[in-house]
Design a protein. Structure first.
Length: 128
């Protein structure tokens, strides 16, 4: 149960950071410089949020083993993907396929890398 609690908390903290950064990216950076530059501008902020959240949760909730930290990241990723898919339809009125089709290769790879790092971060920066 501690792993699920840690995963939900990790997801919520990073999602909140994305909730702040995302509109700034979409409303200010993307119209001027394009989606790829927007994602590249947002990526360092999100990586910092991921690292800080993963480290804090690992210590605060005593998620000690590598397996437990990996489970936290994978459960949090499942939550993120579910919320992303639901919000695409609810907020933007598009399908997941339309969302993917709207990304060029570079933007898609950046997004994929950020998702992978989101899942891996608890294991990468957890307790030693």
């Amino acid at each position: 149960m501690q792993i699920v609690k840690a995963a939900v908390l990790y997801f919520l903290i990073v999602f909140a950071a994305g909730w702040v950064c995302g509109p700034l990216r979409e409303l200010i950076v993307v119209p001027r410089f394009g989606r790829t530059v927007g994602l590249l501008a947002e990526a360092p902020l999100m990586l910092i949020a991921m690292a800080l959240a993963a480290r804090w949760i690992s210590r605060r909730l005593a998620v000690i083993t590598m397996g437990a930290r990996a489970a936290v990241g994978l459960i949090a990723l499942a939550l993120l993907l579910a919320i992303e898919a639901a919000s695409l339809h609810w907020m933007r009125g598009i399908s997941a396929a339309d969302y993917v089709a709207g990304h060029d290769l570079a933007a898609g790879l950046i997004t994929l890398a950020l998702f992978a790092l989101f899942a891996a971060m608890p294991a990468l920066v957890g307790r030693h």
